[in-house]
Design a protein around this ligand. Structure first.
Ligand SMILES: Cc1cc2nc3c(=O)[nH]c(=O)nc-3n(C[C@H](O)[C@H](O)[C@H](O)COP(=O)(O)OP(=O)(O)OC[C@H]3O[C@@H](n4cnc5c(N)ncnc54)[C@H](O)[C@@H]3O)c2cc1C
Length: 427
């Protein structure tokens, strides 16, 4: 599909990732004229492979659930372990509180993103690809998008361009989180050591003192493995991303074991500077969804869920605005408030994750008051926690606060021991 001549749409969508495709499917099914511009040719490599149980409800509503039967790897839960391997906490969605689905999926994004975009085209959206949007001019009645091969006129623009954040960048709305200045290096491997049975499906997070790793099984053979570190540490190490990844494995005993027989089957990819939020999520003729609105941190795999969820809400908001132009702005403001609230919740978790006390408490041998089950519920994508989940979350943060000052559960001295210099100072 190539860029074509000028046309007029109800909604022009920038970006064909999960947010853009999901919004296109829903708007097209609502009878709206949708043009979606995606700058890259699919399939292409993308990181973001571990999905949450609550995304399954969205897949049902998008009518794409059957696709997962043959192409996705089921996921029963997760595991958080210390890099030394001495403390481990497993959690299964089966045991989480107030979760509508008891399992989730791991996906290869090359397949997942193409599948969603194909559904958008099948639903009636006009998909232009490869077609990069270089700018948007807004006026009272709509917007004009400039692309490499012509202009597109639309009543509204939905920016789903991910980290490129076309509209947010144009209006200088992007603000970084100073305390989450991270750098990720990752690749796909074969031969990574796995456990037996349903434990072979878990997303594993391995926490070092100054970094953490993910291990995400993509199918029976392939595993996505990556490390997240402070961007300052990576710069100070003065090594290539590939060397940083290998040295990080070597410095973490549990990773050494799991990766002992592993063979890399893709190139090594690296991303930094990805935690930010826009100061505004909407304007008279535009709305932001997915990473184009903001991205917090890869920990807890909330990115695709928030992208799909915000896309669904954005599609409903724009459909409403097209029907009721005078009330549209109020609905857009409410959309932005809700999205900010959900992002705040995950921001609080992500910020807590980078403290020692989070791992102290989460991996404690005897979990109190079913707190991990409540935390898992929210981390599974439950964005409307009931009272029994809500009070446990408040208790969780209180316990973290106390743990920082007085050890309620034994502190992870082994993590502290790991703070000793690692090869090249990477970890
Ligand atoms: C290291 C790391 C690990 C992660 N792991 C996970 C995980 O395990 N689970 C999870 O749920 N999330 C994860 N994420 C987050 C996840 O990848 C994103 O949140 C998700 O892809 C957001 O979807 P999106 O549709 O908003 O944006 P994207 O998926 O980024 O899609 C945006 C699309 O817009 C296109 N585009 C950009 N600019 C333009 C333009 N000018 N014109 C036209 N098209 C354009 C791009 O080509 C792209 O296809 C991770 C993120 C990072 C950084």
């Amino acid at each position: 599909m190539l860029c074509a001549m000028a046309s007029h749409a109800d909604v022009a969508i920038i970006g064909g990732g999960p947010a853009g495709s999901a919004a296109a499917i829903l708007l097209a099914r609502a009878g709206r004229r949708v043009v979606l511009c995606e700058k890259e040719a699919f399939p292409r490599f993308k990181i973001g492979e571990s999905l949450l149980p609550h995304s399954l409800a969205l897949f049902d509503r998008l009518g794409i659930r059957d696709e997962f039967e043959h192409h996705a790897f089921p996921k029963a839960g997760g595991e958080i372990a210390t890099a030394c391997g001495r403390r481990t906490q497993r959690f299964y969605f089966e045991g989480a509180m107030q979760l509508s689905h008891r399992s989730a999926y791991q996906v290869e994004r090359a397949w997942f993103d193409k599948m969603l975009l194909d559904h958008a085209a099948a639903a009636g959206a006009e998909v232009r690809q490869p077609c990069a949007v270089s700018g948007v001019a807004f006026d009272k009645t709509g917007a004009t998008l400039t692309t490499g091969s012509g202009e597109i006129r639309a009543a509204y623009v939905l920016d789903c361009s991910g980290r490129n954040a076309v509209v947010g960048t144009q209006f200088d709305l992007k603000r970084r989180y100073d305390h989450l200045q991270k750098f990720s290096v990752f690749a796909h491997y074969e031969g990574v050591q796995r456990d037996e049975g349903r434990d072979a499906t878990l997303t594993r997070l391995v926490r070092g003192k100054h970094n953490w790793f993910w291990l995400i099984p993509l199918d029976e053979r392939r595993t996505s493995v990556g490390v997240v570190m402070d961007i300052a540490d990576f710069r100070a190490a003065k090594v290539t991303p590939e060397a940083a990844l290998d040295e990080a494995f070597a410095a973490a005993p549990i990773m050494r074991t799991r990766m002992a027989a592993a063979k890399r089957i893709t190139e090594v990819y690296a991303i930094g500077d990805y935690s930010y939020r826009n100061t505004r999520m909407h304007g008279p003729r535009w709305l932001l969804a997915g990473d184009a609105a903001g991205f917090i941190d890869p920990i807890f795999s909330t990115g695709v869920f928030l992208a799909l969820h915000s896309a669904e809400q954005a599609a409903a908001t724009l459909d409403f605005a097209l029907r009721h132009p005078l009330l549209g702005r109020i609905r857009m403001a409410s959309y932005a408030r809700n999205l900010n609230r959900q992002m705040n919740r995950y921001l609080r978790f992500a910020t807590a994750w980078y403290t020692d006390e989070f791992v102290d408490v989460f991996t404690a041998a005897k979990p109190l008051f079913r707190i991990p089950q409540a935390v898992n519920s929210v981390l599974g994508g439950n964005i409307h926690p009931n009272f029994s989940v809500w009070w446990r979350l408040q208790l969780f943060y209180l316990v973290l606060w106390v743990q920082k000052r007085h050890a309620l559960v034994p502190r992870l001295e082994e993590l502290k021991a790991e703070a000793a210099p690692a090869p090249s100072g990477v970890t």
